[in-house]
Design a protein around this ligand. Structure first.
Ligand code: SF4
Ligand code: SF4
Length: 64
């Protein structure tokens, strides 16, 4: 299951964009979004989802 960003909670800090090993996160319109076709859940790259790890706002990067 790919991850998604809860737009209403995202502060647009941009931290997640550079940590994603799949380059699945980009700024689109007015917020950051995760491309579900690119998100690999960080499998094989990391033990934990990097977007979840770096996001300063709890429960903003969540399973879609
Ligand atoms: S779970 Fe991993 S691959 Fe998916 S968007 Fe977050 S950092 Fe990128
Ligand atoms: S790290 Fe969290 S708050 Fe920052 S841009 Fe990504 S989803 Fe938004």
């Amino acid at each position: 299951m790919p991850f998604k960003i809860i737009a209403s909670q995202c502060t647009q800090c941009g931290a997640c964009e550079f940590e994603c090993p799949s380059v699945a996160i980009e700024f689109k319109g007015e917020t950051y979004v995760i491309d579900p076709d690119k998100c690999t859940e960080c499998k094989e790259a990391f033990d934990t989802q990097q977007c979840v790890s770096v996001c300063p706002v709890p429960k903003t990067c969540v399973p879609a």
